[in-house]
Design a protein around this ligand. Structure first.
Ligand code: SF4
Ligand code: SF4
Length: 364
């Protein structure tokens, strides 16, 4: 079946609640190990069993597209597609101190309590998470795809040691592995290419007409990596990095205002959510980006809303930030968690160094 589904197709769909999904508030704690109590305060999140994330991928691999043949799995998929930033909370049945989040057994599959408990813990272990952890849906699904290559050892164990451990009948079907090969776009549709192209046209034109550029701080570094010391640059479909550099080279003293969140570079990007004006890059990109922005501001001694001529801003940037490692590699280059990955251009910062030596091609 066709996997060509775009996000727009789900724009008309209802909210998670309208889909009949129990949207829980994770601000409070469960008071028993029975089914999901609601609490007051905090933020809304959709509770999911860890195995359900794998089963969604498994059924996509079996050829399903919208209807996964199970109302709960279909509803989870639909909710994630409608709002890729919807928080998903992992809940599974455990005996010990994490039991505050126990969901009860209503959504256990037929293979029995022990198998269900082990399968959920096996998945949570492979994800490097803990019961009760919450992540945006797109991040959660990307994490499953990245961290769990196969069902073996999770949904089934090869040799069957007893009926208790017979595992899921689909474990050896290869469907999960096929679903994984389809990638994140089978789970959460990509942005409509025609819409992206339209945004490229209008946002690039707006950038060239702007009297003041509005740029998020760490994109000043991205522009440098894109420049890479080259004499000749060309625009790309995915963002407006070229146009921002070009505008600055043509008008070195154009004012640049430093802003929070998405900026003039972003509108054509596949990760840009034009409705909410947010970056929905998976693997927690927006989290890293905010830290990078704040790190840049701190090093430059500036704040959001400050406006400087581009030439002066880049003089300051190249003087105070000698390497992308200082920002995009968090200074010490240590990846402390999946969410805090390090950009390739920070591991090897040649492109930034060349742009720094060429001062981004800004003439004196
Ligand atoms: S093998 Fe069974 S339990 Fe595992 S993902 Fe597929 S359907 Fe779900
Ligand atoms: S939308 Fe996100 S990934 Fe795309 S250019 Fe903007 S910050 Fe970068």
């Amino acid at each position: 079946m066709s996997q060509r589904i775009t996000r727009r197709r789900f724009a008309a769909a209802g909210t998670a609640a309208a889909l009949g999904l129990p949207v829980l508030d994770t601000g409070g704690l469960a008071t028993s190990n029975e089914v999901s109590p609601l609490a007051v305060g905090g933020f809304p999140a959709l509770p999911v069993r860890p195995y359900q994330l794998m089963c969604v991928i498994c059924r996509l691999g079996a050829g399903c597209t919208d209807d996964l043949g199970d109302p709960r799995l279909t509803a989870i998929l639909q909710a994630a597609r409608e709002d890729p930033k919807l928080p998903l909370t992992l809940r599974c049945n455990v005996d010990t101190v994490y039991r505050y989040q126990n969901p009860g057994h209503a959504e256990d599959t037929a293979e029995g309590e022990l198998f269900n408990a082990k399968r959920d813990l096996d998945i949570i272990h492979k994800l490097g998470l803990a019961p009760g952890d919450t992540r945006p849906a797109i991040d959660m699904f990307e994490r499953v795809l990245a961290k769990i290559p196969q069902t073996r050892g999770i949904c089934g164990y090869g040799a069957q040691t007893s009926d208790t451990w017979r595992g899921c009948a689909q474990a050896d079907s290869g469907n999960y592995e096929k679903g994984r090969q389809l990638g994140i776009h089978a789970v959460i549709p990509p942005r409509d290419p025609a819409e992206k192209a339209q945004y490229k046209k209008t946002s690039a034109a707006a950038l060239y007409q702007a009297q003041t550029l509005r740029i998020r701080p760490h994109h000043l570094l991205c522009m440098s990596c894109f420049h890479g010391g080259k004499d000749k640059l060309a625009p790309i479909a995915e963002d407006n990095l070229f146009e921002a550099i070009d505008a600055i080279q043509k008008q070195p003293d154009i004012p640049v205002t430093l802003i929070a969140g998405v900026c003039m570079i972003c509108p054509p990007c596949g990760k840009y959510d034009p409705v909410n004006k947010l970056c929905v890059g998976g693997r927690s990109m927006a989290l890293r980006d905010q830290k990078k922005d704040l790190d840049v501001l701190q090093k430059l001694g500036l704040k959001y809303g400050d406006t400087l001529p581009a030439r002066k801003l880049y003089q300051l940037l190249f003087e105070r930030i000698p390497s992308t490692r200082d920002i995009c590699g968090y200074g010490d280059g240590e990846t402390r968690a999946y969410e805090w990955s390090i950009c390739g251009s920070a591991v090897k910062d040649d492109a930034y160094q060349k742009a720094r030596a060429a001062r981004l091609g800004i003439q004196d």
